[in-house]
Each structure stands twice: as structure tokens, then as C-alpha cells.
Design a binder for this molecule. Structure first.
Ligand SMILES: [Zn+2]
Length: 249
């Protein structure tokens, strides 16, 4: 049976979501996903795309009586057994079936990770907060923090470093085959010189692209350089340390 990856579905437009599986709470049998699909999600606790088993489902009679607009369900991650809390909007109350919209929201999102230790202190501080905003679905707060994190990085990199970073971002656009119109808001957030009022509003999909592009830019500008420098220092240390030793060759 195919496992449906919720993160992939969420990246699509909500209008497309109903074409997939229906989620229903039945009067007699409780929760029912359409038979041919299992339900999978990136677990906020262990970070694995895992199958989720229903653990706690709202009572049919109580929902029918109260008719709330939303209801919550708890799933259990099959990989780490942690509880995963999801909120669904109710689509329809029927006599024997309550149908839920499939575009749920996750109450806890997986944390985005990055090798912060390689970033300048201020950039690391700002980018860490940016990723927290992203994990909380606050995409415009995320964009504002990305703008500040990028500005702080450019201050450390200097004018030449900024130009190099610009080239890296253009290369990322090319690799990802994103057209200029779609990429314009991403560029504006990273390189825009106006105030925060000039920042574009980003939707989930655009925020996802911004996240990957900025991670790549920071990787190329700081992490790669830092790792390479560290590795070369270690090699030099061993060469110096070995001075005077007889060659074993
Ligand atoms: Zn898990």
C-alpha cells in the first residue's frame, strides 16, 4: 500500500487536496481513511517519514451534538511511538458519517536543522529564530527574519562575499529550474535593500523555496568554507606532528 506523505500534500494547493483520500469518522466504526492508502507524515519527534496509526479519535456522538468547525486527533508514530497531534476542519456532518477536510494542521512541526556553529554569531541567532518561525507556519515572520539573517551575513561577508553569495543563489535558481517570476520574491527577501515594508508576502510553497535557497547560500558561504578550513588545519597538524618521524614507506 502506498504511504501518503502529508508534507508533500501540504505543499500542493488546497484545491487539489480533496482529490485524494477522504477522512471520515463513522458512527459505528470510528475513524476511516480510504482503504487503499496508509497515512504517513514526517514525525516532529524523530524526524522520520513514518506511518501514523490513529491513537485518539473524537467521539462521533459528541461531535454530532456540538458540531465544532474543527476537531483534533492524536496519531502514534510507528517509528518512535510518540503522539502526533493534528487538527482537521470538519467538512460535513452526516447522519452516520462525519467527513473531515484532508488539509489538516500539525500542532507540532518537525524542527528545521542547520549547522549553526559555522555561521557568524549574529547571523546564527537570527537564522535560528527564522527557522523557529518556519516550524510554526509563520511564513511572513520567517521571511522577515530571513531578511535580517541575510543582511547580517552580508555584513560579515563584505561586498565581494555578497556578490559571490548572489551568484550562488542564481545557481540555486538554475539548478532548481525556478522561473524568474516565481523566484523574484525569494530574491527580494534575501537581497532587497528596502525596509521590511517592501518585503513580499510569502505563501507556504514560497517559504519552502526561500528556506532551501537560504540554507544553501549559508552553506556555500560559511559551512563549506569552515569545514574545509578545519579539515586542512587537521591535515597540517598531523603533518607537522609527524616531523622527524621516519617514513614508514
Ligand atoms: Zn516518530
Amino acid at each position: 500500500m502506498p504511504i501518503l506523505l502529508a508534507r508533500d500534500i501540504l505543499r500542493q494547493e488546497p484545491a487539489h487536496l480533496d482529490a485524494f483520500m477522504a477522512i471520515k469518522i463513522e458512527r459505528d466504526t470510528g475513524l476511516r481513511h480510504s482503504a487503499e492508502e496508509q497515512f504517513g507524515l514526517e514525525c516532529p519527534h524523530c524526524g522520520i517519514y513514518a506511518h501514523m496509526s490513529p491513537q485518539s479519535v473524537p467521539n462521533f456522538a459528541t461531535l454530532t451534538e456540538d458540531k465544532p468547525k474543527h476537531c483534533g486527533m492524536v496519531y502514534q508514530c510507528d517509528a518512535c511511538t510518540a503522539p502526533v497531534f493534528l487538527k482537521f476542519a470538519v467538512k460535513n456532518f452526516g447522519d452516520d458519517t462525519i467527513e473531515l477536510h484532508r488539509n489538516f494542521s500539525e500542532l507540532e512541526r518537525p524542527k528545521e536543522r542547520f549547522e549553526f556553529s559555522y555561521l557568524p554569531k549574529q547571523t546564527a541567532l537570527l537564522f535560528r529564530e527564522a527557522l523557529t518561525c518556519y516550524s510554526s507556519n509563520s511564513f511572513n515572520a520567517f521571511a522577515s527574519m530571513c531578511h535580517r539573517a541575510a543582511a547580517s551575513a552580508f555584513e560579515s561577508l563584505g561586498e565581494n562575499g555578497k556578490l559571490q553569495a548572489f551568484d550562488e543563489v542564481m545557481a540555486a535558481q538554475d539548478i532548481a529550474e525556478i522561473n524568474d517570476d516565481s523566484f523574484e520574491p525569494i530574491k527580494k527577501v534575501i537581497f532587497g535593500s528596502g525596509g521590511v515594508d517592501d518585503l513580499p508576502n510569502l505563501n507556504r510553497a514560497q517559504a519552502g523555496v526561500l528556506l532551501e535557497v537560504l540554507k544553501d547560500m549559508f552553506y556555500q558561504s560559511f559551512v563549506r568554507r569552515g569545514k574545509l578550513n578545519r579539515a586542512i588545519k587537521v591535515r597540517r597538524f598531523f603533518v607537522q606532528d609527524g616531523k622527524g618521524m621516519k617514513s614508514s614507506a
